[in-house]
Structure formats: C-alpha cells, structure tokens
Ligand binder design. Sequence first.
Ligand code: UDP
Ligand code: MG
Length: 340
Amino acid sequence: MNPHRRLISVVLPSFNEAQGIQRAVTTIAAILQLPGYDCEFVVVDDGSRDDTFGRAVELTDKGLPVRAVRLSRNFGKEAAILAGLLNATGDAVVTIDADLQHPPQLIPAMINAWEGGAQIVHGVKRDRGNESWMATLRARVINTLLTKLGGVDVRSSSDFKLLDRIAVNAIKELPERKRFYRGLAGWIGFRQVTLLFDVADRQHGHSGWSVRSLLGLALTATVSFTSLPLRIVSVLGIFTFLFGLGVGSDALHSWIRGEAISGFVTIIITLLLIGSFIMISLGIIGEYIAKIYDEIKQRPVFIIDSVHEYQTRPLASLAGSVVDIAPVITAVSQRDASGS
Ligand code: UDP
Ligand code: MG
C-alpha cells in the first residue's frame, strides 16, 4: 500500500443480510474506486441466522478487502456498529446499513467534506422513503424526544456517517455499554457537517427491528442522554402535593364546620391518581437504576465469535514488502489492544 494513499474503512452492521451483503459490498467498492484512496470493508455479522458471514468471507476469496467479524449472538445494531469501529483501521470510517437504504453514492461527497476539514460527516435523511407508518412514527417520536429533552440534535439523523480517525478513537474510548451511536457521534464534538440524502427502499430481506428492540433503543437513547424524566418525577411530586393540599384543606374545612364529608368519589380518584403517579415515577427511576446496573456489570458490549481477515495479496508474494501488509498487521494489533 502506498503510504500516501488514505484508507477508508466501510463498516456494515449486518443481521440476516445474506441475500444482499455481496451486492452491497461490490456496489460500494465500485464507488470507492477513487484516485488516492484505498478501502476496506468490515462486515459485522450480528448473530445472523442465515449465512451472512459465509457470504462476506466469499468476498475475500474474490479479492475484495473484507474483514468479516462474526459476533457470538445477536447483540443489536448499536453493538454491531461498535464492533465495526473497533475492527476498522482506516483514516476515516464510514458506517452504512448493509441493505443499501443509505445511498453509497453519497460517500465520495462525505470524503470531500472530510478532506475539507470536517471530522464527522452526518448523513441526514431528507425523505424517509417508503417506510411504514410505524417506522416513520417511531423515528419522529425518538428524534423529537431526544432533541427536545436531551439537547442532542438527532432529528432525521441516521447511522450513515463518516468519522475521522480521531472521532472513531473518541467513540471507542467512551466507557458506556448501552450505546446510542447517533447521539454519541453528535455529543463528542469536533468539526461536524451534515449532508442530506433520500432513503432508498430495502432491496432484500426485511427490517430486523422488532417493536421491542425499538422501544429498547428509544429507552436507551432517552436514559443515556437526559435526566429530564427524573425531574418530571419531582414535578409530578410537587403537583400531587399541591393537589393533596387543596383536597385536604377542603376536607378539613368541611370537618371544622361540622358538615358531613361526602367524598367517596374524591377519595377514590385521589388514591388512583396518586397511585399511578407513584407507579410511573417508580418506573422512570427504575429505568435509570437499570441503566446503572447494566453499566456496573461491565459486561462487554459484544462478544466476537470469529474474524476472517483479508489479505492484500496472496502470502507468497508478500515477502519483502512490509508496507503491503500494513493494514492486516494494524488490524490484528487493534483487536488485541481492544481486548476483544
Ligand atoms: N442490524 C444489525 N443488528 C440488528 C438489526 C439490524 O446489525 O439486530 C443491521 C441490519 O442488517 C442493517 C442495519 O442494521 O444493515 C439497519 O437495519 P434495518 O434495515 O433492519 O433497519 P431499518 O432500515 O428498518 O431502520
Ligand atoms: Mg434498513
């Protein structure tokens, strides 16, 4: 490898993408035939039930620079992206969905922005494509919640990003286990720019998100980026106190005047209201405690089952050309260093 050429890593989190992974990689590889750049692909098989890993390995047989990383089970997209970042060696890393719903044609523009001094280039959705109403609603809810509550502007944001090495290292250093990549990439700072794109339709397979995993992501996102819900608990407490004060003094007043207290309905309503406030508050506090519990367990975000490494050339021809195997060597030491 010519040391003056810059290496672009492309990270593809892949869950049950056997049908489309080869097309995705070859399409992106064709787009990345840019003068002055080399590219490598990190396909993270997030515990797929199909042969995503095998298909990725086949690509290396065809001579494509693909590092295939298989996780020991399905850890979710957030974990898969992190596994990809940890196994990417490039000067810049692009994270992109494996189903080609993020247009790879935008990558050269991202690289241009990066060469122009941006350290993080965010792909921002202009049109959400033919997404189901469910997907659109969930995106709206998550994004608005976070933008309003957390002060992190993730509206229309996506996981389609280009990160300079310095930003990748910053994200790698963050100790938290439950991650929300979109939020973190905004939070770490550096020089950031956004590029608009239109979401394409999915070509193969179907969306790997269940309602449960989405709710989980929304919760992780909220709990990681804002403690406002906890403040809402305090506000609820103040409201209940004022409400209680009102109803209480009214009851006391009636009692002093010797009037019969006709308050069965009031009591029931008060009890139910306060009861549900308490339950909601406990639930909110519980989410934060669960988050603390998850973090202190210090379990790894993902576990790697196996890695299939690419070689820039057949081993026999490598003798004497240390520079040529540089990406392979860095990749191995990178993994050792990260302890995974
Ligand atoms: N994905 C993953 N792990 C999961 C779910 C999804 O790595 O548990 C990957 C998936 O293979 C795809 C990307 O994340 O490359 C986006 O997933 P999907 O297309 O299912 O989500 P959507 O486009 O509906 O947001
Ligand atoms: Mg998709």
